[in-house]
Ligand binder design. Structure first.
Ligand code: FES
Ligand code: FE2
Length: 339
């Protein structure tokens, strides 16, 4: 076991559920960033994520809390809390307790997923989480893909994986041969790590077939450190969403969602068996990565080859913006080795 020396409370957007897991009226319990939270969906369909404990006398709102229209009612004494975490009713008093507030987290919901913005300093979100089906520069929409949740998704809770390990995959050309058992050679055409949302594009070549002949590739949009969307184009038409959400100081929940392009003219509500087979292949490849990440020990400074130096240096520099200002990854990794 190798606990990560990297900070497990990075700033950014993180997936905390799939949308379908939180029905209207449902109160969903979860733990992220060492904090017990609940997510509930109002009658109008809006998801609120907040700390789990009632500010009155501390009942856990995920055990018996009820959604009533646009508010959440505590099971203990009936106090009502709104979507901003404000108390709006104390049923046996004339006035609510205006001073108390339950901590809420900014929520984004799209791509069949619910995301929260987490920041230790409670700053407001300063970038967006890209939509998987409409966020790439093309005319595709959700109608062009089979739905994913319930068919082509993978949930692996509680693995010793830091979000950065997954992002580093985006510059790691050498692992394809070994982890994915393919002679594929990615030819990177874009490495853009200038902003919190970064972009990696590559075209696919094989040892004996150049990229021009295959005319296929992958584009990735990394919305901060916790969420990565990909689009495969050319021979393959699929989209993926990889999410790594820290649970505590050692583990993360991993969610991987695959959308397969629809067969033209097929509007069935579920993927075809061929689409399911394709997605199973994509998920299997992802599990090969997971198997490495879940047992890897973060290496800093790493022993990079000359060809790897630029990409890894760029992505690691990019990652530091999501960590505390004084965080020194090399020192942390070294301290970890001597522990
Ligand atoms: S503890 Fe929630 S209303 Fe009393
Ligand atoms: Fe990989």
């Amino acid at each position: 076991m190798a606990r990560t020396p990297l900070p497990m409370k990075p700033t950014g957007w993180f997936q905390v559920a799939w949308s379908a897991e939180i029905a209207v009226g449902a109160v969903h319990r979860m733990t992220y960033f060492g904090t017990e939270m609940i997510a509930w969906r109002s009658s109008a369909g809006r998801v609120t994520v907040m700390d789990a404990y009632c500010e009155h006398l501390g009942a856990h709102l995920g055990f018996g809390g009820t959604v009533d229209g646009e508010i959440l009612r505590c099971p203990f004494h009936g106090w009502e809390w709104n979507q901003q975490g404000r108390n709006v009713c104390v049923p046996y008093e004339k006035h609510p307790n205006r001073g108390r507030r339950i901590r809420t987290y900014p929520v984004a919901e799209h791509s069949e997923s619910v995301f929260i913005w987490f920041d230790e300093h409670r700053r407001e979100p300063y970038f967006d989480v890209a939509e998987v089906l409409t966020g790439f520069d093309d005319d595709k929409s959700a109608a062009d893909y089979y739905p994913a949740f319930g068919h082509t998704h993978l949930f692996r809770p509680g693995l010793e994986i830091h979000p950065q390990y997954v992002q580093e995959n985006g510059v790691d050309f050498a692992h394809f041969t070994y982890v994915h058992d393919t002679p594929l050679v990615p030819e990177f055409t874009r490495h853009d790590f200038d902003a919190p949302v970064s972009y990696v594009d590559f075209t696919i070549a094989f040892d004996d077939v150049p990229a021009e002949e295959i005319n296929s590739g992958v584009q990735a949009i990394n919305s901060g450190i916790g969420v990565a969307a990909t689009k495969s184009w050319g021979m393959i038409d699929n989209r993926t969403l990889t999410s790594v959400t820290p649970v505590d100081e050692t583990t993360s929940d991993i969610r991987f969602t695959v959308w397969i392009g629809r067969k033209p003219g097929d509007d069935s509500p579920t993927p075809t068996s061929r689409a399911l087979r394709n997605a199973a292949g994509v998920i299997e490849q992802f599990e090969n990565d997971l198997h490495i990440w879940a047992h890897q020990r973060y290496s800093d400074p790493p022993a990079l080859s000359p060809k790897e130096f630029e990409g890894f240096t760029a992505i690691r520099r990019w990652a530091t913006q999501f960590y505390p200002d004084d965080f020194d990854a090399t020192a942390a990794a070294r301290a970890d080795l001597t522990r």
